[in-house]
Ligand binder design. Structure first.
Ligand SMILES: [Zn+2]
Length: 414
């Protein structure tokens, strides 16, 4: 770009950023009574090159033609704008989009927060305000101000933040091993920062955009299984780590007390698969499966702890354990994957079709089946959902029994 030929300006009349690449038709040329402002130096700009037959494309010029006095800031703003324009084009190309434009909720040229514009998209009756903030972390106050402005100007809209997988917005931790669809899988894991927690607490959605993939977070909360009177959790064969060390998922959004966030990768194009909505349905499906695997893992470990105890205890004391002690399936031997992900191979494979899948639209709840009571460690009080937890559906209570039956069935075969 030639020095002094700006591609964008703040339009004091429409209170939006104007990009000349989007077309300058209908905009008054010249000074236009001071309508156009430079966002970097806040000087009045002149719209040029709009005349029919003009030899140049339309552009904004600073007075005197010397260019912006704060050209570095101007370049940063332009770079942030480009990310938003690219995202807008990506969203426009999604199926089911009925409108897609840009807006700057809450931006005030007298007191600019200098956030890049947001993409305003409509999917049927749903309005989604989509942010793509720059890599430099925004201040918490800037985030709060934007959230409030979106509520004021676009009541009822979903507020979605697409962050970048880079240093400023992605605090990467060691990957989280999970048991998914019959095998051990690694999910990326991040430590959420203050801004991301603010967005979540306000009801917004934090996703990461990585090319054509979107990373959708769920909550991970670690805890040690409590030791029941008839359980032995020590010296489990082939377990290198403490089998009491476990974690529980919060979904479809991370709970405020989650220690870290695990990330489900999904295709960007799948976000509007359900007509008229904008929803990471594929990620919610995976989270439901992680929850089901968790319930089977909790059950298996608790049962195994009872079996280890019974095996080491004279029959008279273990009378209440009517079941004969047999060789339970051993955890898989695995290299770098920790025992966290290990569930006996039998359990999650067979009953998948019978797995209770809770609709992601249901209120999030960490409450499992009545048979599995895993209180959180005393150091961290258990997470209590804000809304009363729904009673677990009957199928959910029945599922562990189904697995136990399958387990016993297999054992008879052995
Ligand atoms: Zn300027």
């Amino acid at each position: 770009m030639i020095r002094g030929m700006g591609r964008s300006a703040w339009d004091t009349e429409s209170r939006k950023v104007i990009w000349v690449d989007d077309g300058a038709e209908g905009l008054p040329p010249g000074m236009a009574e001071g309508r156009y402002l430079c966002r970097a130096c806040r000087e009045k700009l002149i719209l040029k090159g709009t005349r029919i037959g003009s030899k140049v494309q339309p552009y904004f010029a600073h007075r005197g033609g010397a260019g912006c006095s704060r050209s570095e800031k101007e370049a940063l703003l332009d770079a942030a704008d480009e990310v938003v324009i690219r995202l807008r084009e990506q969203i426009r190309a999604l199926p089911g989009v009925t409108g897609c434009t840009t807006a700057s909720p809450g931006e005030d040229h007298m007191d600019p927060a200098l956030m890049p514009p947001a993409v305003l998209a409509r999917f049927g009756t749903t309005t989604v305000v989509i942010e793509a903030p720059p890599a430099t972390p925004l201040g918490t106050e800037t985030i709060r101000r934007r959230i409030q402005a979106v509520r004021d100007e676009h009541a009822g809209a979903q507020h979605v933040w697409f962050l970048k997988r880079d240093f400023g917005q992605f605090h990467r931790l060691a990957p989280q091993p999970v048991w998914l669809r019959g095998k051990n899988t690694l999910h990326e894991q991040v430590a959420p920062n203050e801004q991301q927690l603010v967005i979540l607490a306000a009801g917004g959605h934090v996703y990461w955009l990585d090319g054509k993939a979107v990373l959708v977070p769920y909550g991970i909360r670690r805890f040690p299984h409590p030791v029941q009177r008839d359980q032995d959790w020590t010296n489990w064969r082939r377990w290198k780590s403490d089998p009491r060390d476990d974690w529980r998922i919060s979904k479809p959004r991370p709970a405020p007390d989650a220690h870290t966030w695990g990330l489900v990768p999904i295709a960007f194009s799948s976000l509007t698969r359900t007509r008229g909505t904008f929803r990471p349905a594929d990620a919610y499906q995976v989270m439901d499966e992680l929850y089901a695997a968790q319930e089977s893992r909790f059950n298996w470990r608790n049962q195994h702890a009872r079996e280890v105890y019974a095996a080491a205890t004279p029959p008279a004391r273990a009378e209440s354990d009517a079941k004969p002690v047999t060789d339970a399936p051993e955890p898989l031997e695995s290299g770098q994957i920790t025992d966290d992900a290990i569930v006996p191979p039998l359990l999650p494979q067979e009953p998948e079709a019978e797995m209770p899948t809770r609709a992601a639209s249901e209120p999030e709840s960490d409450v499992g089946s009545a048979e599995v009571e895993i209180p959180a460690p005393p150091a961290h009080p258990p997470y209590v959902p804000r809304a009363p937890a729904p009673a677990p559906p009957a199928a959910q209570v029945a599922t562990p029994r189904l697995w136990q039956r399958l387990l016993r069935f297999t054992r008879r075969d052995d």
